[in-house]
Design a protein around this ligand. Sequence first.
Ligand code: FES
Length: 139
Amino acid sequence: MPEGPDLPGRAEPPPAADEPQALCASSDLEERGLAQVFDVLLWGQPARAFALRFDGRVVAYVNRCAHVPTEMDWQQGQFLDMDRRWILCSIHGAAYEPADGRCVGGPCGRGRLMAIDVREEGGQVSWYPSRDIRPVAFT
Ligand code: FES
């Protein structure tokens, strides 16, 4: 099929749904600093997710508390408590272990955050879609 004209403003095709999705530069994620917030589709519905650096490793989760399915950051990208030790839900104070998303206190019980596979390579952070968590389709 012939390619169409290269029209000004024509959008790049979106990345294929199973390919790694570029998120940010490694240098954008400081140790226990602000998270990078991004959009995903969770079971086909729009949702927010976040990635942050903890003990040198980048971790990513759906921004959805295990207590009540609501976003947890008190300001965009602020997920850690004052001591930068726990991911803290700003609604009722559920605390999660940043390394694995496990609930460690508060009303999240035995719940845990939904992890997103994320990798860092060549100074670039990318996330990997799963069956449940898909990239947002661009139009
Ligand atoms: S909604 Fe997160 S602790 Fe209640």
